[in-house]
Each structure stands twice: as C-alpha cells, then as structure tokens.
Write a protein of this length. Structure first.
Length: 410
C-alpha cells in the first residue's frame, strides 16, 4: 500500500512542477493582480486539458510499455515526428533556462545575494540530482516539498477577502472595463499554456516507463492524473486569489516574484515567507529536473538511443550527455543576466504555438487499437480530447499575433 501511495508522487511532482513553476507562479500572480479572479475559467480549462492528455499518455505507456514520443515516431513517421521534436525540444530548453532562473530568484529572496551568484551552483545541483538521486526519491522529495506552496491557500483565508467580490469576478469571466480585450486574451493564452506545457506529457509518460507501469498499474496512473494535476491547479488558483485580494484592489501590477509572495508575507509574516520560499524553491527545482530530463527523453526516444534516469551514464551515454548539455546551456543563458520572468513569458507563448504538435499525435495514438486494444480511447475521452484539441489549435493560432499586437501583454 505504501509503495502505491509513493507511486502517486510522480503525478504530484509533474503537477507541482507543471502548474506552479516559475511561469505559472508569475502568470497566476499577474492575472490575479490585473484581472482579479476573472480567469479562473482558464485554469480550470487547462486542468481539464492536461488531465485528459496525461491520462491518454499514461494508458499508452501502461499498455504498450513504450513512451509517447517513441510511438509518435513509429505511428506518424520520422518527418512529422521530427517537426514535433524540433518544436517541443526548443521550448523545453527555453523552459529549463526559465526554471533555473526561477530557482535562483527564490534563493536570492531568501539570502539577499544577487541571483547570478547562484546560477552555476544551482545548475550543478540539478545535474547531480539527475545523475545521482534515485527516481523515487527525486519524486517524493521535491514533489512533496513543493506542496509548501499550499501556504498561499492558508494565506487567502487569513487575509479575510471579500468573498462575494471574488465570486462576482469569477462569474464575470470578462476583464475590467478599463482593460483591453486583446491584452486579456494574451494573458489567457499564456495562462492556458502554463498548464499544458509539452514537457509535462513527455516527463509523465517517460516517468511511467522508468517506473515500469503495466496494465495492472492503470489505477495508479489514473490516481496520478486525478490527484496530481487538479492539486496543481488548486495551488495556482490560490496564488491567483492572493494576488486578487491584495494586489488587484491596490492597482499593483506584478513584474517580479517578490510581488507574488507579498500577500503571504502580509498574512503570515516571516514564517509564511520562509515556508513559501521553500515551496517555490522545491517547485521550480522540480520543474528544472522535469524539463532537463524531458530534453533527454525526447532526443533519445526519437533516435532510438538507450535512455533512462535509472541507467548508468556508461549505459546511456547519449541520453545523459543531452541532459547535461541542456542544463549547461541553461546556466550559460541565465548567467547573461536575462530576466527569468520575462523569459518564462516568452516560453509560455511559444509553448502555446507548439501545443498541437504535442497533443494531436497523443490523441491519434490513444485511438490506435493495434497498440492499446480495449484500452484505446472511448467515446467520452475522444469527445473531450477533440474539444480540447480545438481550444489548443485556437491558442496556437492567436498566440504570436496577440504577443505582437499587445507588446507581450503590456
């Protein structure tokens, strides 16, 4: 029983890293400070979408024993898979940079020492954890520590918000009268993309292979999906609610992580600040691990290399070299002084553009009875999957034009 409970931490790590990484922390704060709770519907839509596609990916792994990207190449052919690889790999590398930068910001807030001092040590630590720490310990340690971000949920009650006002904002669905609709749409796309980033599916499915999921493990896989991802969504909504309570009435726009944690500090003082910084460190570090490993998973599965965190470097040299090179590149980029928050905003928009390349093949493979037999998609999964695919396609089409037209949401 305890082993099964620990297995669910894969979903917790994926969700905490995917929903409350540096991008979603800031984007949820930006949205809450600018629009109150008017974009709750976007987060809910993102949770629904990632649950549907993560469930498909988990079933593919449990039944076939092969990760999603491996089957994408076989099912769709090398050209289509190469296009998928190029888009997803570049977005994932960009996200590795943002996550390492996010960890550095968290350490800067805790220590008062400039974040650039911490970038190289953090990069080395990420590499050491990937190389030396077992998969289960990595999942459990960073997944559960990241739940300290739940202090946002505690803070919202201690701030004594006007619940009727928050409820009206949720029901309103629209931006305030003085906010432009295109800018509102830009942030909606960015918030949606933060829940549906491509690396989440690659990490989740590859992690299932690492853990040896079989058909008998389908209940564990589903528990990962139904517990982990909604939990991540609730944490993101707690961040948004804190910003909507404190920053939105004051007219304060969020541009830095320190502004996002301000409501927690007001509600809980120094103790709250310590807890939230621990949670942010664990969540962004977990996301750095996810994205770093995902870059190796993608290349190795496409080219047919031996791969896996469990494999010693000498037995999967190209996989480990790819992961190490991606982390090193991220360290070099962040060390230039580029703003991790701004970098994350860019990565979210380009993630939105790449979403169809990731999720259409998953939907196709999940319907292939040659691979999945009786575990292929049913009618309900296909209806929801197709609806979400339409939403994904719309987000991909409008992402770049909205970024240009609004000046990246300004």
């Amino acid at each position: 029983m305890s082993k099964k409970l620990l297995a669910v931490t894969l979903g917790i790590l994926t969700a905490v890293g995917g929903f409350v990484d540096i991008g979603d922390l800031v984007e949820s704060g930006v949205v809450g400070a600018r629009y109150g709770m008017a974009m709750v519907w976007v987060t809910v839509l993102g949770v629904l979408g990632i649950c549907v596609y993560a469930d498909m990916s988990g079933r593919i792994v449990a039944v076939s024993g092969r990760p999603v990207f491996d089957l994408i190449r076989e099912r769709l052919g090398p050209r289509m898979a190469l296009l998928n690889l190029a888009g997803s790999f570049l977005i994932t590398l960009l996200t590795v940079c943002a996550e390492i930068g996010g960890v550095a910001i968290a350490v800067e807030l805790a220590s008062g020492v400039d974040r650039l001092v911490w970038v190289l040590p953090i990069g080395v630590l990420v590499w050491l954890v990937v190389w030396r720490v077992g998969f289960e310990r990595m999942e459990t340690g960073f997944g559960l520590a990241g739940l300290a971000i739940g202090v946002f949920a505690v803070a919202i009650f201690l701030l004594h918000p006007d619940w009727s006002s928050l409820g009206a904002q949720i029901a309103g669905l629209a931006p305030p009268a003085d906010e432009a609709l295109p800018t509102y749409a830009y942030h909606a796309v960015a918030l949606f993309a933060s829940a549906m980033t491509p690396y989440e599916v690659f990490f989740f499915s590859s992690g299932g292979v690492e853990e040896g999921w079989k058909v008998k493990d389908l209940p564990v896989q589903r528990a990962n999906v139904l517990l982990g991802f909604p939990l991540g969504g609730l944490l993101a909504l707690a961040v948004m609610a804190c910003a909507a309570t404190v920053l939105f009435p004051a007219g304060i726009d969020v541009g830095e992580l320190s502004q996002v944690v301000l409501p927690v500090t007001l509600a809980l003082g120094t103790a709250g600040l310590v807890i939230v910084l621990i949670g942010i460190f664990a969540a962004t570090f977990g996301a750095a691990l996810e994205t770093g490993l995902s870059s190796g998973y993608m290349l190795a599965q496409f080219f047919g290399w031996d791969w896996g965190k469990r494999r010693a470097p000498r037995n999967a040299a190209r996989f480990h070299l790819t992961v190490g090179a991606g982390i090193l590149l991220a360290v070099v980029v962040v060390q230039t002084g580029i703003d991790p928050v701004g970098l994350t905003e860019i990565s979210l928009i380009f993630s939105a553009v790449a979403l169809p390349l990731t999720y259409l093949p998953v939907l196709i493979v999940a319907n292939d009875r040659e691979y999945l037999g009786k575990h292929a998609n049913g009618r309900f999964s296909n209806i929801v999957g197709l609806v979400m695919l339409v939403v994904i396609a719309i987000a991909a089409l409008v992402a770049i034009p909205l970024m240009i037209f609004t000046g990246a949401g300004q």
